[in-house]
Design a protein around this ligand. Structure first.
Ligand code: H2U
Ligand code: ZN
Length: 350
């Protein structure tokens, strides 16, 4: 057998943000697939859906009626997972084996556009810039509350990822405690800064720029990259080039640049399998706990489940649930495939 490079044989890679490993098994891509094949979303795209609870003028749960909004529209989630002032009786247990505590917070829904047919990839960058402004204002408003220490802004896209509705929208969950993943990422960034005297993600962006193997697309302000330690097949991160902690620190140019890169990246995703590419994406911004966070570097994560076509998805089962996550195609080849896509949406070419 001829010798292969280290990327072509089973190996593991370390994720310095989450401090965990991913197993990479490049030789497995050839195996036959007899598992589940997902159904394609064949719903025709309409600008207004009378059944949609997010379209302007329509009714939501609990008898709320959406205004006739023109740009973005935000409301408190009618089925909020967190409440700002839940009343309770009794004392939750707090010992080594049984430990519980109340968690206060707020959940909101943000409609990106009144147009039911749009997606981030199909929106104009100027419209998306308004969405970035709304996210920034929400982070600021919610983060300023003394009972809120973290603001998670995210989007579930596509039924496969559990999105309840194709209308372009995202969610915001503001919590009393910093959730586990950003807490861990914060800790890693803090330790790295103490040990190296520099920022983990500033250094990472510099290394990725040098390597130029995993960068998908970029502009003057942001870089979209398949991280070296990616778990999901076409997982990416968007990172700011400048060391910024959160959106309110952005200049107008940076808000526009983020909107533009998000639009370009999601267009490449859609073009990959000529489908509305499902994903969960979200921003990791500095905690809003009243402390300074010089270690924190703004970034977004995109976690798309599709593996080799519009119908075959990745599941985290077996060894991945019991041991560690695993991927078949290398991050380098995923980046190469995303780089090969055009930035004109396939819809526009039909
Ligand atoms: P997802 O598509 O990511 O699930 O977000 C939609 C949210 O909208 C979901 O969290 C809320 C759900 O609770 N919702 C309302 O607030 N009002 C409704 O009338 C229906 C759904
Ligand atoms: Zn709608």
């Amino acid at each position: 057998m001829s010798e292969q490079s280290w990327q072509q044989v089973p190996h593991r890679r370390f994720n310095p943000l989450e401090r965990r490993w991913v197993l990479v098994s490049p030789h497995r891509t050839q195996r036959p697939w007899q598992g589940e094949v997902a159904k394609l979303d064949a719903t025709p795209r309409v600008h207004y859906d009378p059944q949609c609870y997010l379209c302007p003028g329509n009714e939501r749960a609990g008898g709320h009626k959406n205004p006739d909004y023109a740009g973005t529209f935000i409301f408190d989630n009618d089925y909020a997972a967190l409440l700002p002032d839940a009343k309770f009786t009794g004392q939750p247990p707090h010992d080594a084996l049984f430990c519980a505590e109340p968690e206060r917070g707020l959940c909101r829904v943000l409609c990106f556009s009144p147009d039911h047919s749009l997606t981030v990839a199909r929106m104009r960058p100027a419209e998306l810039e308004r969405v970035v402004e709304a996210w920034s204002a929400q982070y600021e408003e919610l983060g300023a509350r003394p009972d809120i220490r973290h603001v998670e802004i995210f989007e579930n896209r596509g039924a496969m990822m559990g999105a309840s509705n194709p209308h372009p929208h995202g969610q915001i969950w503001a919590t009393e405690h910093v959730p586990d993943t950003p807490r861990l990422e914060g800790e890693s960034q803090r330790v790295y800064r103490a040990e190296h005297g520099s920022c983990l993600l500033c250094d990472y962006v510099a290394r990725e720029s040098q390597a130029a193997e995993r960068i998908v697309c970029e502009n003057e302000e942001f870089v979209a990259v398949v991280p070296f330690w990616a778990v999901w097949p076409f997982e990416t991160m968007i990172l700011s080039r400048a060391h910024l902690g959160a959106m309110p620190e952005f200049s107008q140019k940076q808000r526009a640049a983020l909107a533009s890169l998000m639009q370009r990246l999601t267009t490449r995703y859609d073009n990959l399998f000529s489908t509305s590419f499902p994903y969960t994406m979200g921003f990791h911004q500095a905690p809003t706990d009243g402390e300074a966070h010089p270690e924190w570097h703004f970034h977004a994560h995109y976690y798309p489940p599709l593996l080799r076509s519009a119908t075959v998805r990745k599941f985290m089962v077996g060894f991945e649930m019991l041991g560690m996550p695993q991927r078949d195609i290398t991050p380098e080849s995923a980046a190469e495939r995303l780089r090969a896509q055009g930035e004109t949406h396939f819809d526009a070419r039909l």
